[in-house]
Design a protein around this ligand. Structure first.
Ligand SMILES: *[C@@H]1O[C@H](CO)[C@@H](O)[C@H](O)[C@H]1NC(C)=O
Ligand SMILES: *[C@@H]1O[C@H](CO)[C@@H](O)[C@H](O)[C@H]1NC(C)=O
Ligand SMILES: *[C@@H]1O[C@H](CO)[C@@H](O)[C@H](O)[C@H]1NC(C)=O
Length: 470
């Protein structure tokens, strides 16, 4: 791979990157700062095209409209989507993706946002414009029109547990008429969602759709033990990578360009080994424990006198304003251990593809119950990266231990095992590359958009059946 023309490349790189991203796609990664576990606080990677040429189906993604889709039976069905909020966070973006998939097969889709800020919000404005461009109708969450639509709809999709607040607030006494056609999509397992106020209607809806088996099991346990309620029919639907992400991941020229330029901007050499954690920086995501493990791995390499390329740790998802104390703690650790030249902090960013194209290993170090699903994991695998992940949450359903990556325990006990795994992948080049390849194959087998569509189609069919017979 090229190591030449560093000076000219340096000037060109932001431009090229921009150009590259604007013609293909923009990966929106969302980052929130709450300090708990699943979904919302996560730097959950979502792919969405945020500019209108791509949104209009242009470019080489234009084949999307052709060919049968497993969702074709949804043609001309009226679907009401209830989002608890509208932002660049995992939950709403995922629901938007589904809205576009359904629009693609000719469903009539109406979108309401339950929590709406009082003042003008640029993000909401642009997301709504994007939906309108794609023929999604956007209407106020409250009022007669919303109630009428709910009554008329073939299907109502509530997104996240918090959206449950909308049911009583808006439908009032008509709620029982709507419940039999509600599909409740849940992407979280944080304790404070287990409130009767949010989920009291859960047992009476047509179905619940959850992103991983672990999360589904957790919901079954918690609703029974804490709230004394029973889950409805529950479907586990693993997510899939968008076509746009796969296009970048499978474009070796684009990947090489991105790799060279990102590495140069970080000041690392082409053959250095990059281990990256790509998540909003917060204790729950385990950047602190990752850096400790990274430091231990450097010590191991020194002790064993291993001859290896230089190892680097990349922390993508920094936000000094949001998690100041934790961020300071990470930097203090790096200074104390004198590993400044080996650790790189990258601000939270909308584009993950350049980083995935540039690194050698993804570290998924989410703590406690882990990720609900963890979309960055399948995105990294699409880029043929092995994953070092905590044996928790959705990660264990994605990463095959020993085949597509290596798992280590969550929490402090996982630090040393992770350090050993880092050394293992640094030492065994062949193993690292094979794991990456196996990860890519696994993505191609089960974590693509059309797999997700198939899985969702099965659920929607059943829910429509039930709604009809109720
Ligand atoms: C659910 O409860 C069962 C039995 O109490 C337990 O074995 C299992 O680990 C729990 N699962 C989760 C995800 O909490
Ligand atoms: C990263 O964010 C901080 C503030 O949050 C800002 O001061 C800094 O300039 C940013 N760095 C880059 C490279 O954009
Ligand atoms: C992963 O596999 C390794 C051996 O390849 C094993 O030592 C470790 O316990 C496994 N971890 C989990 C969580 O299964």
């Amino acid at each position: 791979m090229a190591k030449h023309s560093v000076a000219t490349a340096k000037k060109k790189w932001p431009l090229m990157l921009l150009a590259f991203l604007s013609i293909s796609t923009v990966m929106v990664i969302f980052i929130r700062n709450n300090s708990d576990s699943c979904n919302t606080k996560i730097f959950e990677a979502q792919q969405t095209q945020i500019h209108s040429s791509a949104a209009a189906g242009g470019g080489n993604g234009g084949n999307a409209a052709s060919g049968p889709s497993p969702l074709d039976f949804m043609k001309s069905k009226l679907v009401l989507m209830v989002s608890h909020e509208l932002s660049l966070s995992g939950g709403p973006l995922l629901l938007m993706e589904l809205a576009f998939l359904l629009r693609g097969v000719g469903s009539e889709v109406v979108w309401v946002t339950n929590q709406y800020p009082a003042e003008h919000d640029q993000v909401i404005y642009s997301l709504e414009s994007k939906m309108l461009d794609r023929g999604v109708q956007v209407m106020p969450a409250k009022g007669e029109k919303a109630v009428d639509t709910a009554l008329k709809a073939d299907l109502v999709i509530l997104n996240t547990a918090v959206a449950g607040k909308w049911l009583d607030a808006v439908l009032k006494e008509k709620v029982t008429l709507v419940l039999p056609k509600v599909l409740w999509w849940i992407h979280e397992m944080r304790g404070h969602y287990f409130k009767v106020e949010y989920v009291k209607h859960l047992p009476f809806v047509a179905g619940a759709m959850i992103d991983s088996h672990t999360t589904a099991e957790y919901w079954t346990n918690r609703t029974r033990e804490r709230l004394g309620i029973k889950m409805p029919e529950t479907y586990v639907v693993h997510l899939g990578n968008s076509k746009e992400l796969m296009e970048v991941a499978e474009d070796s020229v684009a990947k090489r360009v991105l790799r060279e330029h990102v590495r140069e901007s970080l000041g690392v050499r082409n053959d250095d080994l990059l281990f990256a954690i790509i998540n909003s920086v917060s204790r729950g995501k385990g950047q602190d424990l990752f850096l400790r493990a990274f430091h231990e791995s450097l010590q191991l390499i020194q002790e064993k006198k291993l001859q290896l390329p230089a190892l680097h740790a990349i922390v993508v998802g920094s936000d000094m304003n949001a998690q100041t104390k934790f961020e300071m703690e990470l930097r203090k650790f790096v200074t104390e251990k004198k590993i400044q030249d080996r650790v790189h902090f990258v601000n939270k960013t909308l584009a993950v593809a350049p980083y995935l194209a540039s690194i050698d290993v993804l570290v998924q170090n989410s703590q406690a119950r882990g990720e609900c699903f963890g979309r960055i994991t399948i995105e990294a695998m699409a880029f043929r990266l092995p994953v070092l992940g905590t044996a928790a949450g959705g990660t264990v359903e994605i990463v095959v231990n020993g085949t597509t990556g290596l798992l280590h325990p969550a929490n402090k006990v996982g630090v040393t095992p992770l350090a050993h795994n880092i050394v293992k992948l640094a030492t065994h080049v062949e193993k690292r590359l094979t794991m990456g390849k196996k990860g890519y194959e696994r993505v191609k087998e089960r974590f693509l958009e059309h797999h997700m569509s198939q899985r969702i189609a099965v659920v929607l069919k059943e829910v429509l059946q039930k709604a009809k017979h109720s």
